[in-house]
Design a protein around this ligand. Sequence first.
Ligand SMILES: [Zn+2]
Length: 366
Amino acid sequence: MTPPATVAVDVGGTKIRAGSVIDGRLAHVRSVPTPATTGARAVLDTIAEVVAAVIAETSGSGGDESGSGGAESASRGIEYGGGIAGPGGAGSGCDFAWRIGVGSAGVIDPATGVVVSATDSLAGWAGTELTAELTARTGLPVRAVNDVHAHALGEAVAGASRDARSSLLVAAGTGIGGGFITDGRLLTGRNSAAGHIGHVPSAAAAGLACPCGGTGHVEAIASGPAILDTYRRLASEFVEPGSPTSTPAHATPPSSNPATAPWNTRELAAAASAGDALALRAFDAGARALGSALGGIVNVLSPDLVVIGGGLAEMDTSWWSPLRATFAAELIPAASGTPLVKAELGQDAALIGAAGLWNDEPGETH
Ligand SMILES: [Zn+2]
C-alpha cells in the first residue's frame, strides 16, 4: 500500500509557508511572499507552485531532512503522537500518496473548501473555491480550514494542548483570533465563523473602533496595533508636570520624543522591556482587557486549558502578569484554576494542524 504524505500549507496575507508531513514529521518547509494584491488566481498559482516544490524536494531526498536551495531554512522535523516509528525513510517521495492540507487567512468553510469571507489583506480571496481550485491545479485531494483554526488543531495534535480533551487556542497578535477544540473536533459554528475572540465586547475598549467595523470589542484595545494606538494616545495626553494649562495627565513623561517614538509593536515591546512607563501602561491595558475577556469565555466553554499563541505571547511578564491576574479574577469558582499556557509550536502549528486535517479519526474536522 502506498503510504500517505501531506503537503501542509499556511496561507497568510504576507507569506505562504508549506512543508511535507510524513509519519508526523514536518520537513522541507518553504516560504514565499504572498501575491496578496494581485487577486485569488495569483495566490492559487503560487500555492500550487510551492506544493510542487515541496513534493519535488521530498521526492528527491527520500524524505530525509537535508534542506536545499530555496528552502526557508534548515528543514526541521517535529514528531507528534500516533506516528509510525521512523522518519518516513521507507521509500522515495514518488511512492507516496500525496494530499494537501491548507490553513488559510479568511473564514473557510471546511465542508465545501470555499473562502466564505476575507479581509483586504488578501484581495479577491472571498468567494474563492480554495480546495477545488487547488485540486484542479495539482490533481491532489485538498482539505482546508481557517489559519487560526489550523493553529488550534496543531497545538492540540502536537503542542501545548496535546494531552487535553478540550482546549481554547488564542492567537494574540495583529488581531485576536482563536479556536475551540473538544475531543479532537474543531468547533467551526455557523458560517464557519467560530473563534472570533477579538470581537467580544470589552468595557476597556468602549468607544474604540474595531477592525471588524464595530466598536468596543476587545481587539480594539488588546491587539498589537491597538496597544500601539493606546501608547500614542497616552503620549499625546501627556502634560509636562508644572504646566499651567492643566493637571498633569501622567506622573512620568514618555521616554521617547516623537522622532524616536516606537512605530511598531515590536519596538513598543522593546520600550516596555526597557521600562518605558507609557509602553508598560499600554501593554498592561491590553493584557487586562484580554485576560478579562478570556475569563468570561472560559466560564462559558470550560476548556481543560487555554493556550496563548501569536506575537504577544512572546512578551515578558509585563504582558503575561496582568493577563493572568484578570483572567483568574474573572473565573467563576467552578472554573478556577484553569491553566493559561504559552503555545509551543510557533508558526509551525498551522502547518501541523493543516496536515492533521487528514488524520482520519472519528471527530476530525472535515
Ligand atoms: Zn470587532
